[in-house]
Ligand binder design. Sequence first.
Ligand SMILES: [Zn+2]
Ligand SMILES: [Zn+2]
Length: 272
Amino acid sequence: MSAAGFTVSYLGTGSGGSTLRGHTAMVLHCPDGERILLDAASGNTVLRHGEQLGISPTDYDHCLLSHSHPDHCEGLPHIEMIRSRRNPEERPMQVHGSERAMADIATLLAYPTRGLSVAADGVRRRDGRLVFNLRPADPGQWVQLTPTVRAKCAPVDHIGGAMAWRVESGGQSIVFSGDTRWCPSLAELAQGATLLIHEALCVEAERSRAEATAHSTAAEAARIAQLAGVGSLTLTHIDNAYHLDTGPLETEARSVYDGPVSVAADCWQQPV
Ligand SMILES: [Zn+2]
Ligand SMILES: [Zn+2]
């Protein structure tokens, strides 16, 4: 772990259509030791890759969700199951996202054979214990997650209710784009951030693919990094076509953005 600042553990770094990587999720290890989950991937990606890195789902109580596409949030009930098994007294997980995302998550969690019931005050197991609070976030408003960690979101251009998140602690800041087309409001949210984690589906030569699915190219991600003057850029949400050779994404981003560029991989831990 980075002594002075954040460390990011990338648990899933694949695009929605990826069959070679886990879907999107990461854990932020904050400067004061707090851990925050950013997106929840699908299936057991967060649990499986977390296990490899020594990260238990009982290590974090807050999850920030970018949007309600299943590749970013479908892992939540699986995470809850293991949290409850490992610690039956576990505090409810605080899930933050747009109002639309929270409504969609409620539908996901209410699946009949899951044994969860969704009510206005939260989501309960059969024994009545509260396991989730769903917290709709106001764009632009800081949410104090712990005494030393705060976060705020801003709308991006992908599906209804899609958000990017900025997390700040110990004088550092990390911004995660979620899924989005080129989106100027993201440059505003990312202004001066220590690290921007931005999705990149493909390179400019294939931009029609990014346009058709409301995603960004590596150059577009880099333009946001350049405009916002961030300290470094990490590309994620990687498609099968770039799984083995991420070089074209990295080279394109470097031609637009002056700072350091990395491409995330599953189970990579990045000191910030
Ligand atoms: Zn996605
Ligand atoms: Zn999406």
